[in-house]
Design a binder for this molecule. Structure first.
Ligand SMILES: [Fe+2]
Length: 298
């Protein structure tokens, strides 16, 4: 087969084919230097959860019920209580409303199966069990059908405020609350339907960047202040103050053509952010972009 053209992502050239034919890891892979890589019990737990969640995902089942252990509960309580205090001050209204409605507790790790059923009733969204990071286009193939893939493992306890890959704290305390909002769900699922439908790897990359700088790392204007919108910021006790107050961060208005032309490095603190004027603005922008790309899903 003829080699596809290259695109630049994370500062390096990638094979464009990976954007439209994503790989599907079939076993647990912890990146070198992962905080839990030498902890035999942790790796065993992660492997077991990987197998169980992958089977559930591929079978089309809802998230399984889990008995979380004392260490996992300790980490959840530690991180979620710190995040809760920061959210009260800095999270956008959409997020706070969703978190309150779902009743996510600082004391007890929620069962994703229960949350999935709440989302289904409230907003026709649901959760899909994920064994770990899922390739972008595969991830969006689920969201296109209003299913949000979520991990069920908890980060390693040696660094409770850090995880090299999205874990349940990132997914459940970053992404899930906003799924309760109908307009947010429309933005998210439109990105997904477009990314899933287009055969053009450059368009997939553009949609991925649109999502990164809004769904993952967006800031949003509210009244006279800037609030946190993106899950990557909302799920990190370090990123919230850094994103809002650090002099090392460039914050610019959300201009779609600039956003889709901007590369990023997901492995470090984000020092280049865009401020969304409002959720209706974001919805209008993604609808315009998808129409401009000629993807027939709007
Ligand atoms: Fe995320």
């Amino acid at each position: 087969m003829k080699k596809a053209a290259t695109l630049v992502e994370y500062g390096v050239e990638i094979d464009a084919r990976t954007m439209i034919e994503p790989p599907d890891p079939t076993k647990l892979e912890l990146e070198p230097g992962h905080p839990g890589e030498l902890d035999v019990a942790y790796v065993q737990r992660r492997k077991a959860l990987f197998v169980q969640c992958r089977q559930q995902r591929l079978a089309g089942h809802e998230p399984p019920l889990f008995a979380y252990n004392a260490e996992e509960t300790r980490i959840w309580q530690d991180v979620s209580s710190k995040l809760h205090a920061l959210h009260d001050l800095h999270a956008c209204a959409i997020y706070l409303q969703g978190k309150g409605a779902l009743g996510i507790s600082e004391n007890e790790i929620p069962q994703l199966q229960t949350i999935s059923r709440q989302l289904k009733i409230a907003n026709n969204m649901h959760l899909v069990p994920a064994e770990g990071p899922i390739a972008y286009r595969t991830f969006y193939s689920y969201i296109a059908k209003r299913g949000f893939p979520v991990t069920q493992f908890i980060r390693h306890g040696s660094h409770p405020e850090f995880t090299p890959e999205p874990d349940m704290i990132h997914d459940c305390l970053g992404h899930v609350p906003a799924l309760m909002n109908p307009d947010y769900a429309e933005v998210l699922t439109l990105i997904a339907r477009a990314a899933n439908a287009t055969p053009d790897p450059r368009q997939v990359l553009a949609l991925k960047r649109f999502s990164w700088f809004s769904i993952e790392f967006g800031l949003i204007e509210e009244a006279d202040s800037v609030k946190v919108f993106g899950a990557g910021i909302l799920s990190s006790t370090g990123e919230i103050p850094f994103a809002l107050y650090s002099s090392k961060v460039i914050r610019r208005p959300f201009v779609t053509d600039e956003v889709i032309a901007t590369d990023y490095d997901p492995s470090r603190m984000q020092d280049h952010l865009f401020v969304i004027p409002s959720l209706p603005f974001l919805r209008s922008e993604i609808e315009s972009l998808v129409r401009r790309f000629g993807i027939g899903v709007v």
